[in-house]
Design a protein around this ligand. Sequence first.
Ligand code: ARG
Ligand code: ZN
Length: 853
Amino acid sequence: QTIHLKDYAPFPWIVDRVDLTFRLSPTTTRVLARVAYRPNPEAGDGPFFLHGEDLRLISAAIDGTPVAPRITPEGLTCDVPDRAFLWEAEVEIAPESNTALEGLYMSGGIYSTQCEAEGFRKITYYPDRPDVMAPFRVRIESAAPVLLSNGNQTGRGDGWAEWDDPWPKPAYLFALVAGDLVAVRDRFVTRAGREVDLAIWVRPGDEGKCDWALTSLKASMTWDEETYGREYDLDIFNIVAVDDFNAGAMENKGLNIFNSALVLASPETATDRDYERIEAVIAHEYFHNWTGNRVTCRDWFQLCLKEGLTVFRDQQFTSDMRSAPVKRIEDALMMRSRQFREDGGPLAHPVRPEEFVEINNFYTTTVYDKGAEVVSMLKRLIGDNAWRAGCDLYFERHDGQAVTIEDWLRAFADVTGRDLSQFQRWYSQAGTPRLSVTEAWDGETLRLTFVQVTPPTPGQPDKGPQVIPLTMGLLHPDGSELMPSTTIEVTEATQTVDFDGAALCAKQGKPVARPVPSLLRDFSAPVILDRPLTTEDRAFLLAHDTDPFNRWEAGRGLAREVLMARATGTDFDDAAYLDGLRAVLSDPALDPAFKALVLALPSEDDLAQSLFDAGTTPDPAAIHDAAEIQRRRTAEALGDLLAETHAANATPGRYCPDADQAGRRGLANATLSLLSRTDDGARAAAQFAEADNMTQSLAALSALLNIGRGAEELSTFEARWSGDRLVMDKWFALQVMCAAPDKAADVARGLTEHPAFTWKTPNRFRAVIGSLAGNAAGFHHASGAAYTLFADWVLKLDPINPQTAARMSTAFETWRRYDPARQERIRDTIRRIRDTPGLSRDTGEMVERMLGD
Ligand code: ARG
Ligand code: ZN
């Protein structure tokens, strides 16, 4: 049954207060709910329907009188008086057998919850929708030493604790944690002088891995005060790390719950990447306190209201803590590899979808990452001051409310007087706009002609033009800048813009010459720029562009040209590419992290998409070979420079996860991987033997595996780390990712037989099965072995954890790119999943959409 945005109706009752009592037991937890309802004067009549799933109702009463509600698998209805009343119900649930990890479940002996989006209905009968907000009081009865819930603790005794959250919240922000946990504590004083007790709760033994998360939390709290004027609003802020978690983390009010992979870090066990992600996700969840919790979503169609905005805010935070250009390139890479892929395939949907079967299937890169790009475009279009004023107005106007994208945009329309109705198409139209540009030069004027087309997507055959903020500059052919970055607005399907090139040259005292445009600087809009550039143009931009994103983009264009030619057996010359790399690596002014990004090749999946877009059927094996051959070529051609770069970027001394050291290690390890192609892994083996941190150790191991070596190192690694779950996830994942195409399925299958393959833990499942889909040439190997293995495991996971199974199944979304034989194999595989009796609604929706028939 499909739910539609247009069918929204408010809940006919208002909840004034929620009182919950939990008597915890692994198999028979009792939940008593006392909920004060009164008629909602703003809503029409409707039945008194409360969501509830997998609950055993023990008793129900209204104002103390027992009632007998009508129960269905989705919830209950009950006759209720037409005035304020107190609802009381007791239900029984079994957290221990909750493998779906939604609602109240157990992970490693710890009780934990995940309620977003619709998990609260697995805890008690309640209007489980974000527009019903209420203050919650919670009493937990359990022998567990630590008992946590939202808000402030108001009482504690032997075997019980009471919590009170004064801020009205929707049920999806409810949380409860109980178990044997230890806290690492700190304190933060807000600008207003509120003293906040901070605690990170982990399993005993993990206390030594919490410093970075705490540091990141304090930095986030300060940043949000300084950047948005947003302060924390409770006396306690708790973060709990759990090992079994479907997503990354959850912003429950005052009690964030995290996948332990995004909290725990030590130099020996976490990589620089892990540190950066922990910093970003801690910030993301903290920032939700205002963008999500204080102002929440009216319904789940508005998910991007909180997620797009909060991703945008965490991106800004990372740019401020680290390198802004590097962060921008990384985000653009992410958009292109994941979001463009989604937007161009059968699972394409608008940033604000208008219908869904299962909302958990819409926690997507489109809602999150394209949602963040849309926010970023808004800021670019209206400017920094109006951005801040609009945010202030939004918070002031809607604090304590559950609102929509229309409300969000109205704040900015009111502050700027701007008509944002065309802008709103970014929320309603799916698909990546293609912006083609042609240039004409008459000796004086440079005319750019833009044509924008957004291809059809499921359910949306026709699209209107969107407003595209296009940041651009002009360069003189001598390499100097004629026009610094300027943002123009492309609003029409076809539009021309003229630049007085002669005047710009004259102003700089330069001979008049045709200016070279640098377009879509800073990746100013999530569009595909279709622009015929020659190898010389790209080399010129790589050498002279003043915009770091476009410099990188030019280098990437050169790499793509070379690889696409190699993969299709076309004649080419990689001299310009190699010269470009030489120039970048030898430029002392450039940031090592930037150099590492230039040195990295486009991913094989990215190349498959590029070939497909160019009208060629991609051959995953040929793409893999092309990339491997090019790496060897680069290593041979640039050997000395790579070795110098490797040596110059060593990071002796104390490990620090900051941008500077991480950037140098990133570059050293990128060169190490290339050098392994010609030194037979000698440097990598030495680095592995000497490494005192996980970044160096894992990079060395990966360099070895990529050249078919490293068997001994793998065993050493396993022996050393077999007791560390998070490090073992890396060990599992790396082997699958680095496996040769014809071995990947076998390697993955072998690992599923390893005694430590605890497949019910999503992190471990993703490490093995998810990584198989991440090994493009292995996944698409002509034998079809990986498709079969992958589908078998999705089907095995589906009955116990539909959310993660459904997410995994999207690995097949690109099937239409490939040759008829592969298409047929994948289609048959998807159909086999679809036709499996008892398939979950989650996975069912995904496979139906992928088949599209
Ligand atoms: N709101 C969480 C976050 O982005 C993610 C929750 C994921 N939930 C889900 N059903 N997929 O911070
Ligand atoms: Zn979020």
